[in-house]
Design a protein around this ligand. Structure first.
Ligand code: DC
Length: 223
């Protein structure tokens, strides 16, 4: 099975690129951030103190996660229930960054991610896909964009969903999350040595897609 890893910070356009690549190449798209978000959702719903690593590790025993795809979109189930968009709120977003720094949480999600590639050609996006989950991925892309561009994209997305948030708050949240994700001890969000960078600050989604397709073709030939 072929594995294409897409890593990069929040708002760098990973999921937009991964979704359109998956469609174009008929691969399965796996959004790993959704898994960390679902773990965070469980902790918030059950009033588990997310700064207490022992409490979080103990609570993981009560979680069964599932992934299924419908019309090309990924759905995550938490103890049998589709979490839908409840994992996309600002509260869950910030909590997901915190729980993702904990080794027990990363170990809990490891097999779910690796097993996806046993049966499908996959495009997987996240923070450690090229470094930890699939160091042997056939193609590794690292997406970047300036902080302001990334915050603008997130801001528009959140406003569209009806969240009452300012641009300044979104920018501050992005910077906090980058800082947490990059500087944690376990699987920090850094590029793999053999990752190919795409800075898409001034790109349209189509530009990013075409750039990625050229890189993939140069690595794998025409698919
Ligand atoms: O990609 P996202 O914004 O949905 O991810 C939510 C959080 O989960 C992010 O702040 C860092 C964490 N994450 C991670 O540590 N490793 C991954 N492979 C994916 C996400």
């Amino acid at each position: 099975m072929i594995k294409i890893a897409i890593d990069g910070p929040s708002g760098s356009g990973k999921s937009t690129l991964a979704k359109s690549l998956a469609k174009k190449l008929s691969f399965t798209y796996v959004d790993t951030g959704a898994l960390y978000r679902t773990v965070a959702l469980y902790m918030l719903k059950n009033a588990v103190d997310i700064s207490d690593t022992d409490a979080v590790a103990a609570a993981l025993k009560s979680i069964t996660l599932g992934i299924f795809h419908k019309d090309g979109a990924q759905h995550v189930t938490l103890n049998g229930e589709d979490v839908g968009d409840t994992i996309r709120t600002t509260e869950v977003t910030m909590a997901s960054s915190k729980v993702s720094a904990q080794p027990a949480v990363r170990a809990f999600l490891l097999d779910t991610q690796r097993n996806m590639a046993l049966t499908h050609n996959i495009i997987m996006d996240g923070r450690d896909i090229g470094t930890v989950i699939f160091p042997d991925a056939e193609v590794k892309l690292f997406l970047t964009a300036g902080n302001t561009s990334r915050a603008e994209r997130r801001y528009l997305e959140l406003r569209e969903k009806g969240e009452d948030i300012t641009f300044e708050q979104v920018l501050a949240d992005i910077e906090t999350r980058d800082n947490n994700d990059r500087n944690r001890k376990e699987a920090p969000a850094i590029p793999a040595q053999d990752a190919i960078f795409i800075d898409n600050s001034s790109f349209t989604p189509e530009d990013t897609l075409n750039t990625a397709l050229k890189i993939i073709e140069s690595k794998l030939g025409a698919l």
